[in-house]
Design a protein around this ligand. Structure first.
Ligand SMILES: Nc1ncnc2c1ncn2[C@@H]1O[C@H](COP(=O)(O)OP(=O)(O)OP(=O)(O)O)[C@@H](O)[C@H]1O
Length: 306
């Protein structure tokens, strides 16, 4: 497995307070890893430790297999990050802002600016000043800045924050394209699970500084997939009747005469009636499975703080 980032036993304290505690995390090349947690959960602190904006109290961070600070620093040009909004000059254009940072960071070649602007679809902003940009354009310019060094690994702290649904979708598409076409690996945070749901390949749920759950996209889908849970007197009698009358609804027989149906969520009355007409006693019929937001809230222990 090509492990890009490996974090072991990472903690960061401020005084006695653990902003993050005992974090273990591996990011594999090609991952889009979503870090999901409420405000104050520790997402930014984790990202700041990775990018050395703060130093961890305990633990190790290896990047491309290297954990020595000097060696990690040498690999750092492969990492692009947006943590908190980059300070752009209000009266500069997109190009002028990027040129300022290109010089400040010693990035060779002006072509990196054009390329980055093209990646984020900001080539045609011409003389428009930063202060006249929409929120989405501002976010995309931040991304262009992170892309100027052609990173293979991107760290983005809440990149869809403050955007309208259209702007969020635009950023998601852009990130997905970078991942697919340029194989850029990503670590992205959000406090809204559904915002990264369509693009993330892995989910890390973080609460009060600790990872409370890790799921692949497939595992999350299974957990939040709705199904009908049917309990009957005799599942062996019920199964052929379901198959004959509802051939398009896949099902599985579970122990104790439980049957799970993956579809027909709006047909529970009909299912009940058909079984009843065939003298199959239905003990209960319920829809199971939480939607994404319910799942997230139950994981994080209730109250939403967004
Ligand atoms: N410099 C600091 N000094 C003291 N406490 C801090 C400092 N930075 C962060 N914290 C605390 O650490 C905890 C985690 O903060 P962090 O910013 O990492 O959370 P977050 O998940 O990124 O939240 P948000 O979504 O609001 O950005 C919070 O309780 C915060 O108040």
């Amino acid at each position: 497995m090509n492990c890009m980032l490996e974090i072991e036993s990472l903690s960061k304290t401020y005084g006695d307070f653990y902003a993050i505690q005992d974090i273990h995390l591996n990011i594999v090349a090609g991952d889009i890893c979503a870090v999901i947690g409420k405000n104050g959960a520790g997402k930014t602190t984790l990202f700041k430790c990775i990018t050395e904006q703060v130093f961890q109290t305990k633990g190790t961070i290896s990047f491309y297999g290297k954990s020595d600070r000097v060696e990690v620093r040498q690999e750092r040009h492969k990492m692009g990050a947006i943590i908190e909004e980059p300070a752009f000059f209000q009266d500069f254009t997109a190009r002028q802002n990027l040129e300022y940072y290109r010089q400040q960071r010693g990035i060779a070649g002006k072509s990196s600016i054009d390329q980055a602007l093209r990646e984020v679809n900001l080539m045609d902003t011409g003389k428009k000043k930063f202060k006249a940009f929409s929120m989405g354009m501002k976010q995309r310019l931040g991304l262009a800045l992170a892309l100027m060094t052609h990173p293979t690994f991107l760290i983005l702290d809440e990149p869809t924050n403050g955007l309208d649904p259209e702007g969020k979708a635009e950023i998601r598409q852009l990130l997905q394209r970078l991942n697919r076409e340029k194989n850029v690996t990503m670590l992205i945070s959000s406090h809204v699970l559904s915002e990264l749901q369509s693009i993330a390949t892995r989910y890390i749920f973080i609460d009060q500084g600790r990872i409370i759950q890790e799921l692949t996209a497939e595992e999350l889908l299974n957990k939040t997939r709705k199904s009908i849970e049917l309990v009957v007197k005799d599942s062996r009698q019920a199964a052929p009747i379901l198959e004959k009358n509802f051939p398009d609804i896949p099902y599985q027989i579970l122990p104790n005469h439980h049957i799970q149906l993956f579809g027909g969520m709006d047909m529970t009355d009909q299912i009940n009636r058909v079984l009843h007409n065939h003298n199959i006693a239905v003990i209960s019929i319920n829809i199971k499975g939480e939607d994404l937001e319910e799942y997230y809230l139950s994981l994080l222990g209730g109250e939403r703080n967004a």
